[in-house]
Design a protein around this ligand. Structure first.
Ligand code: PMP
Ligand code: GLU
Length: 397
């Protein structure tokens, strides 16, 4: 079959592919230490489930307004006011089928052939592919492990051309766990104003921060910058609701309207029941987040300390999100019975087969010397998984 050329520009999401491989192995009865999944392991909070049951019982099971129900938009607006003192009206909010869908709506509404989008690397796997689908170009802004993956404003400045349309920020970042401080955000904001750029700020991990680090939304730096920022967020990570598929955006009205039109002609509204559940999450889920962050913080420390104890691996302590990104470059070239490890993807494959440890290779994140491990499983799984991983690494020659 002759498929559209655009299909050749993207691949299936490598994170979801690895998740599917793990599911298939588990279905065969094979025990896997699953550090691949980009989702919390906690159950969805009871208050959220209850709101969903109530919605079903009330037959709230029909199409809703395409862009989301008023009640959820109001809860989102209230959340932005409470957390960032940001004021939006309903015409500036779009509820979509997950933050990934929010971002997709953005790329389709804002980008076209000839546009350039600056993407700091390492980046979440879906940004470049969604950009590629619009025939715009991703311009990669490299950041370094040695400086906690901070953005260098002068490097950013040097990448801006008349074609630059937008920059994507993701803080806390998947996969690095880094966060941008206020000073960096002010420099990015200043450049965006000077060069008339849109900012997409993916803040889906905003509540998952450790050691007293503070998340700042770039949109909160002032009204001029808020006017050119699309804040992307959702309930997947903070409320352990990855399967419910609710993401949202707040931003300039004309952009939100155009994104809504694309949604109107593609998915229509996000699931009615999930929207009701998300109202409960935003209004009643704050205690749940606190508990989850405490657990994640202990899991993070255990995993990162165990990784750093393995000869050949170094891993900085992440500040937010729930991923460790160890540098495995000194393992490249080592041999095992079946061959030589020549890349992080081969290492990930070796770890899955030899150690039953699932992780995601760094290459599709723009991290060619790394592998990504989620520290979402509980402490005992991390402990045993790290034992198994250490044994497999020690066995390399
Ligand atoms: N942004 C980032 C950085 C992510 O890691 C994810 C995880 N899937 C998303 C957006 C999308 O999340 P979801 O579609 O589940 O809301
Ligand atoms: N964001 C998660 C991850 O990076 C979930 C999978 C996906 O949507 O890519 O693993």
């Amino acid at each position: 079959m002759k498929l559209a050329t655009r299909t050749t520009k993207i691949a299936a999401s490598p994170t979801l592919q690895m998740a599917a491989t793990v599911k298939a192995l588990k279905a065969q009865g094979i025990k896997i230490f699953d550090f691949a999944a980009g989702e919390p392991s906690q159950n969805t909070p009871d208050c959220v489930n209850q709101a969903a049951y109530n919605a079903i019982q009330a037959n709230f099971t029909k199409y809703t307004a395409v862009t989301g129900i008023d009640e959820l938009k109001e809860a989102i607006i209230e959340t932005f006011q409470r957390t960032h003192q940001l004021n939006y009206d309903k015409s500036q909010i779009l509820v979509s089928c997950g933050a990934k869908h929010t971002l997709y709506n953005f790329t389709q509404a804002a980008l076209e052939a000839g546009d350039e989008v600056i993407v700091p690397s390492p980046y979440w796997v879906s940004y470049p592919d969604q950009i590629a689908l619009t025939e715009a170009t991703s311009v990669i802004l490299k950041t370094e492990e040695s400086s906690h993956y901070a953005i260098d404003p002068s490097l950013l400045d040097s990448l801006i051309t008349p074609k630059t349309k937008a920059i994507i920020l993701n803080s806390p970042c998947n996969p690095t766990g880094s966060m941008y401080d206020r000073m960096t955000l002010e420099s990015v904001a200043e450049l965006a104003l000077r060069h008339d750029l849109l900012i997409v700020s993916d803040e889906i991990y905003e509540h998952l921060v450790y050691d007293g680090h503070q998340h700042t939304s770039i949109a909160s730096l002032g009204p001029e910058i808020a006017k050119r920022t699309l804040v992307v967020n959702g309930v997947s990570k903070s409320y352990s609701m990855t399967g419910w598929r609710i993401g949202y955006a707040a931003g300039p009205k004309d952009l939100i309207t155009a994104m809504g039109h694309i949604q109107s002609q593609s998915t229509s509204n996000p699931t009615s029941i999930s929207q009701k559940a998300s109202v409960a999450a935003l209004q009643e889920g704050q205690q749940f987040i606190k508990g989850m962050v405490q657990e994640l913080s202990a899991q993070r420390t255990l995993m990162v300390n165990r990784l750093n104890a393995i000869s050949g691996i170094t891993c900085p302590m992440p500040r937010g999100a729930f991923y460790a990104l160890p540098n495995v470059s000194s393992l490249i070239g080592r041999r095992h019975a079946q061959g030589t490890i020549t890349s992080p993807s081969e290492l990930a494959h070796y770890l899955l087969t030899e150690a039953k440890v699932a992780c995601v290779a760094g290459e599709p994140f723009g991290a060619p010397e790394h592998i990504r491990l989620s520290y979402t499983p509980d402490l005992s799984v991390i402990d045993q998984g790290m034992d198994s991983l250490a044994r497999a690494i020690q066995a390399l020659q």
